[in-house]
Design a protein around this ligand. Structure first.
Ligand code: FES
Length: 247
């Protein structure tokens, strides 16, 4: 198929960016979206032009590195799908596709479609872990966890940290990401000891990074490739208020 691609190009954070038009032929419907971008970059290399930079790693929907706004939607038109798992059969011959980076003040553009998401790393560093003594791993059955609790914690742990929630939210809030990481540990007995400090530190760090506040539009849940539920945001708020009361 033939496509008309309109792609955001920006040399650096300080540079002024612009949409640039790229017609592309011979796109197979079996290609993934990133393979289509590879094909475009090959044509740019042949012409001696700078390639379009974009993040990717696993290309299996696991790592959360890929992320683009495709026709105005994070990761494109399909629900619960990362950009790397989106295929060109979701588009039609002759389509015009608008491709932009995830936009948020807390995700500064590095170049073209690549953004700096280390704000997420800082939130995790503020408390998204459990402090344990080193040594032999404990016996697997030494802490009993109900199936229901394990499933709920796993649903939260499924967040791949791609940032689609931030890019989709009109406030650029990181509440879905942060709450998933807090929920995951707050639900499990291993996470309860440090729960109060964790939630306060992570929420404070989220604010310090420049992410906006959640105003409950729930757009984040709709665009999340892992279908992380906004119920985790409610749990984060509950845990945060409980921690403040207990302090
Ligand atoms: S490249 Fe890893 S999730 Fe898309």
């Amino acid at each position: 198929m033939k496509l008309n691609l309109k792609i955001w190009r920006q040399d650096s954070f300080e540079a002024k960016g612009a949409m640039v038009n790229y017609p592309l032929d011979d796109v197979s419907e079996h290609m993934s979206f990133l393979e289509m971008m590879d094909l475009l970059n090959e044509t740019l290399v042949q012409k001696g032009e700078r390639v379009i930079e974009f993040d990717h790693d696993c290309r299996e929907g696991i790592c959360g590195q890929c992320g683009m706004m495709i026709n105005g939607r994070a990761h494109g038109p399909l629900a619960n799908t990362t950009t790397c798992q989106l295929h060109m059969r979701s588009f039609k011959d002759g389509d015009t596709i608008y491709i932009e980076p995830f936009r948020a003040t807390a995700f500064p553009i590095i170049r073209d479609l690549k953004v700096d998401r280390k704000g997420f790393d800082h939130i995790i560093q503020a408390g998204g872990f459990i402090t344990v003594s080193t040594g032999q791993p404990p016996e697997a059955d030494s802490i009993l966890i109900s199936h229901k609790t394990a499933e709920a914690a796993f649903d939260a742990a499924a967040c791949i940290g791609c940032g689609a929630c931030v890019a989709t939210c009109k406030n650029s809030s990181a509440a879905l990401f942060t709450s998933a990481k807090i929920s995951h540990l707050a639900l499990l007995p291993q996470g309860k000891l440090e729960a109060a400090d964790r939630v306060i530190n992570m929420v404070d760090q989220m604010d310090a990074e420049g992410f906006g506040h959640c105003s409950n539009t729930e757009a984040c849940e709709v665009e999340c490739p892992q279908a992380i539920s906004v119920l985790h945001i409610a749990r984060m708020n509950y845990e945060y208020n409980k921690a403040l009361l207990l302090k």
